[in-house]
Design a protein around this ligand. Structure first.
Ligand code: SF4
Ligand code: SF4
Length: 397
């Protein structure tokens, strides 16, 4: 019998036995939807764990690679008939995969990069300044300036040129609304999300200490994020560092929505745009940020939102979460294609979302499918719709 005592360490030892085999999880799993083999779906994987516990299967490389064929999208967890927190379970199994030295190499590369360079792409802190090119004069006085509000970009938005416009759009919004904000710039380090996805829970502490040290030194009270996975990971920081419970963590859409309600943003009429909002898994199922982006879209004159099916808490994963995009990029992209297919049956010409991974996944899927729709972050849609100040954008403040 294979020793799986590590499950007890994380309070997960009963999970394989409380599964009622109903199959709800399998029906919603994007990996099962593509691969169509029971053993790649969540119910099948739980059964494999049970057979490992009985000594009928091995905890080997084959099993380890299957455990990484998962987006950690929380969809299985949200529909589980017996309330198993499946995402946590997969992370705990991944921790054991790491302990046994069976990590898929691309995932190991990301872990080594976060540990050595503080980011997901082996780039280093100086490269976190590159997105500021063109707007250096606007932001130079914001870098490490003491302020109550901080904008945390995350690795993808900071380092991938394809996403730099998301950060520039957020700066445009903050400046327009005259928000007193600060940027962590080259002192920002990876939030640690990929470490958690690979079961290196202790590694998150290290990233938490570095990011929180900077935040504390600047007197920050609210942190605004462009990436929902960063917030989810920062929520773990509070668990490790109780004294940080006072810091407010908000998504870009929550913060922008607040600025609109305070009448600090004004929009100009857009030339009839039909969009559809794709709920990122973590925003909808974990953070429950569902209405805020829709309210923002409704506030922009000339922009109309049509609902995707499925959406909100039933949203489908874009395929890029949980390290699947690095471990199995082709499968990840096929999952993104499936989600874009949902968009093609709507009249929308544009998909708006609020997660950098969704944007990267959809951009690649657009390339492989030839779909012509535009993919945008909510921040970009807001920034391009602002009424110029000299046309009345600064009235009624
Ligand atoms: S987290 Fe998502 S991808 Fe992973 S098993 Fe559950 S439904 Fe499937
Ligand atoms: S939804 Fe829950 S109870 Fe049903 S098969 Fe999946 S893990 Fe088991």
């Amino acid at each position: 019998m294979t020793n799986l005592n590590f499950l007890e360490k994380y309070g997960q030892e009963d999970e394989p036995y409380v599964c009622a085999s109903c199959g709800n999880c399998t029906l919603v799993c994007p990996v099962f939807r593509d691969l169509k083999w029971e053993s790649y779906g969540p119910r099948g994987k739980l059964h494999i764990v049970k057979s490992i516990l009985k000594g009928e299967s091995e905890f080997d490389e084959n099993f380890a690679s299957k455990i990484f064929l998962c987006n950690l999208c929380e969809h299985c967890t949200s529909v589980c008939a017996t309330g198993i927190s499946l995402d946590r379970f997969w992370e705990v199994i991944r921790a054991e995969v790491r302990q046994r030295g069976l990590m898929p190499r691309p995932a190991q590369f990301v872990l080594d990069s976060v540990k050595s360079r503080g980011d997901i792409m082996w780039m280093g802190s100086a490269d976190r300044l590159l997105w500021m090119e063109d707007i250096e004069d606007t932001v130079k006085d914001r870098i490490l300036k003491p302020a109550k509000i901080a904008y945390f970009l995350g690795c993808n938005v900071s380092l991938k040129s394809q996403l730099h416009d998301v950060a520039k759009s957020m700066i445009k919004i903050l400046e327009y609304a005259e928000v007193d904000y600060t940027l962590l710039a080259d002192k920002e380090v990876c939030c640690g999300a990929p470490l958690g996805w690979a079961g290196n829970f202790e590694g998150i502490d290290e990233m938490a200490e570095k990011n929180l040290e900077t935040i504390r030194s600047l007197g920050v009270e609210t942190v605004v994020f462009s990436c929902p996975s960063c917030i989810q990971t920062w929520m773990e920081y509070s668990k490790y560092l109780k004294e940080e419970n006072g810091i407010e963590l908000v998504t870009a859409s929550q913060f922008i929505n607040r600025l609109i309600r305070e009448k600090r943003l004004r929009f100009e009429e857009q030339p009839l745009v039909t969009v559809t909002f794709h709920d990122p898994c973590i925003s909808a199922r974990v953070l429950k940020v569902i209405e805020e982006p829709r309210e923002i879209i409704d506030d922009i004159p000339g922009v109309y939102n049509v609902e995707l099916t499925p959406s909100r808490e039933d949203t489908r994963c874009c395929g890029s979460h949980g390290l699947l995009d690095v471990v199995e990029p082709v499968l990840s992209s096929r999952i993104a294609e499936m989600r874009l297919r949902d968009v093609t049956v709507t009249p929308a010409t544009r998909v708006v979302t609020e997660c950098p991974r969704c944007i990267l996944g959809f951009d690649l899927a657009k390339f492989t499918t030839g779909y012509e729709m535009k993919v945008q972050d909510i921040t970009q849609l807001v920034a391009e719709s602002l009424l110029p100040k000299d046309e009345g954008g600064d009235l009624e403040r």
